[in-house]
Write a protein that binds this ligand. Structure first.
Ligand SMILES: Nc1nc(=O)c2c([nH]1)NC[C@@H]1CN(c3ccc(C(=O)N[C@@H](CCC(=O)O)C(=O)O)cc3)C=[N+]21
Length: 297
């Protein structure tokens, strides 16, 4: 038996279409154009690619895109000054400071300087606390995208065993909170987990977010489980080229799983779609308007 392949690319395009419709309505009915500011410090080539595609898709859904590129040796004080300026700018509804930041900066301090209402990454301590206590928050884009795919594929998840592999602040921990919100029984496995294969084998839902290529083996997967692969690992391929692989051994896992997301074309495109959804949500909330439909938790 071969698993259903969850098409994140198509799903993300659908979400962007829904965002675009609601942006058009917001413009017509209220004269509001949602704006997203992306700040990139330094010139990491991978980050450049993501920032460019974020900017393009922001414009495609009818929003305003503001890109700020700062040199690698920018001081933390100068970055903070930019964040404060964006906080005060009424045309900016969402702010994303691309991570990782250069080593001389304190990322926590920078993130926590963002107005929580504009924190479309959902990384501010205030949003983390709101999510952790089940209150209305800005939800981090990657876990939100994973949840949307899970809801679409499974519907009701209550009582299911979910195992999140990875305990990062940007994926693992918020993902666990979202799954708890769906009434799953949630475990978080990580590098120190004993008998990780056995822990993963109990899962009806596996979310792999460790950043280690093909770490999750086919025989770790319970037959019929739903597998969400968050990993985006660039590895050497033939002819001196590189290619992207996930944290899951896809070819083996797809023979056992009920459904699985591919890499590329799975979680990655959903992350950007959810960033746009969060920006729309932020613009609605900033103007006291109802939440966009079908785009929030
Ligand atoms: N403050 C902040 N927020 C982020 O959300 C953030 C960040 N910093 N830093 C970097 C990571 C990475 N990230 C990705 C988004 C989309 C794809 C994506 O669309 N990937 C495509 C493939 C792209 C390719 O071919 O390289 C896919 O998986 O199909 C990947 C990675 C967001 N990040």
């Amino acid at each position: 038996m071969s698993a259903t392949i969850i098409d994140g690319k198509a799903f993300a395009a659908d979400i962007r279409g829904r965002v675009a419709e609601q942006v058009a309505t917001l413009k017509e009915a209220h004269g509001i154009t949602p704006g997203l500011a992306v700040v990139l410090v330094g010139a990491d080539p991978a980050s450049e690619v993501y920032v460019r595609s974020k900017g393009r898709m922001t414009v495609e859904v009818g929003m305003e895109s503001f890109e700020h590129r700062l040199s690698e040796d920018t001081s933390e004080a100068d970055l903070m000054a930019l964040v404060n300026k964006l906080n005060a700018d009424p045309k900016v509804h969402g702010i994303l400071v691309q991570l990782p930041l250069p080593k001389h900066m304190n990322s926590d301090a920078v993130i926590n300087a963002i107005d929580p209402a504009k924190d479309v990454d959902g990384f501010h301590i205030s949003n983390v606390g709101l999510l952790g206590t089940g209150q209305k928050a800005m939800v981090p884009c990657t876990p939100l995208g994973c949840l949307m795919m899970l809801r679409d594929h499974l519907g009701d998840m209550s009582g299911k065993e979910a195992v999140v592999i990875g305990r990062s602040n940007i994926v693992g921990k918020p993902m666990a909170h979202l799954l708890l919100g769906e009434s799953c029984t949630v475990s978080i496995a990580h590098s120190r987990t004993k008998d990780i294969a056995d822990v993963v084998r109990r899962a009806d839902i596996v979310v792999a977010a460790v950043g280690r290529p093909k770490m999750v083996k086919g025989d770790w997967i319970k037959p019929g489980a739903t597998v969400i692969d968050v990993g985006i690992n660039r590895v050497e391929a033939q002819g001196g080229k590189t290619r992207l692989v996930g944290d899951v051994d896809f070819d083996a896992a797809k023979e056992v799983a009920g459904a699985i997301t591919p890499v590329p074309g799975g979680v990655g495109p959903m992350t950007i779609a959810c960033l746009l959804a969060n920006t729309l949500t932020a613009a609605c909330r900033a103007n006291g308007l109802p939440e966009p439909e079908g785009l929030t938790v």
